[in-house]
Write a protein that binds this ligand. Structure first.
Ligand code: PRP
Length: 285
């Protein structure tokens, strides 16, 4: 039986969360740190630990069947690589930044200027869209130092917390794109491998739905149950169970983690007590 070959970042910002999501979908890997390749014990999957920038080409050539990779890298290097699933971690943005002290009003300010970047295709596309001509200096790593050493007037790189820009006295001037980790798929995929991928995607969706939701339990007087149910959307409809105490019920439901505090306030206003909020590991609808 063939195995699906999945590439993950060998080291760097995506590595840990990529291994975590594989673990959460039940794929156990004996991960010797120096290994370049490892087989899952309980699923037809082989994991390849590769350099970020090499992954799009391996996908194009069908050397690997799928990859967990930053969208930013795909956009820079991976024309026509299909994104099967957004994974919700390693969010960042690809930005142009300039020295803090410089006045910046628009991208036109960069006409004729030097921009240091590891994202030449992405930044060139953006400059072309805006009709700006600039000189690109391609450097791999430590891009933020370039203006300080007189190598460039601006940079284009990924920004996550913004602390690297801050430490190098730079400010964000333009956000070119927003990115997160995705599950990307090779254009060359047999039907058999597509089936394995479908199973993986289904599991990933269950994990992501779980991560985005909370299980909520509360007690309420019976005459308030209808009001409380109106606040709680639930998966189908909330579960209502009688409590030992006469006139009271326990209500169970699932809520979106982003709406959590607003919902809690409304529940309290409607007479809910003893509210418990629990994480959900997986959610299969
Ligand atoms: C990236 C990027 C920036 C930094 C931004 O480097 O090149 O230097 O992260 O993150 P921040 O906004 O949270 O400070 P990374 O650490 O991924 O390593 P790299 O230099 O190998 O790209």
């Amino acid at each position: 039986m063939s195995k699906l070959r999945i590439a993950v970042q060998k080291s760097g910002r995506l590595n840990e969360d990529s291994m975590k999501i594989l673990k959460d979908i039940g794929i156990s890997i004996d991960n010797g740190k120096d290994q370049l390749k490892a087989s899952a014990r309980n699923f037809p999957v082989e994991v390849f630990y590769l350099r970020n920038g090499d992954i799009p080409q391996y996908l194009k050539d069908g050397v690997v069947d799928a990859a967990i990779i930053g969208e930013n890298v795909l956009i820079e290097k991976g024309n026509n690589i299909r994104v099967a699933e957004k994974l919700g971690f390693s969010t960042c943005r690809v930005c142009i930044a300039v020295p803090k002290a410089n006045k910046y009003t628009s991208i036109k300010d960069l006409e004729g200027k030097r921009i240091a970047t590891s994202y030449p295709n992405t930044v060139q596309m953006y400059l072309d869209e805006n009709g700006v001509n600039a000189n690109l200096h391609i450097i791999n790593g430590s891009v933020e130092i370039a203006p300080n050493i007189g190598l460039a007037d601006a940079i284009c790189d990924i920004v996550s917390s913004g602390s690297t820009l801050f430490k190098n006295n730079l400010k964000e001037a333009e956000v070119i794109l927003k990115s997160e980790a995705v599950l990307a798929v090779s254009p060359i995929l047999s039907d058999e491998k597509q089936e394995i991928l479908n199973k993986i995607q289904f599991r990933i969706q269950s994990v992501l739905k779980g991560r985005n939701s909370k299980y909520i339990l509360l007690n309420a007087p019976n005459d308030k149950i209808d009001d409380i149910i109106n606040v709680l959307p639930g998966m189908k409809s909330p579960t209502v169970l009688p409590l030992a105490e006469e006139g009271w019920s326990s209500v169970h439901s699932v809520i979106n983690k982003n709406e959590f505090w607003e919902v809690i306030d409304e529940l309290k206003d409607n007479g809910a007590q003893g509210i418990l909020v629990c994480p959900i590991e997986k959610m299969v609808l």
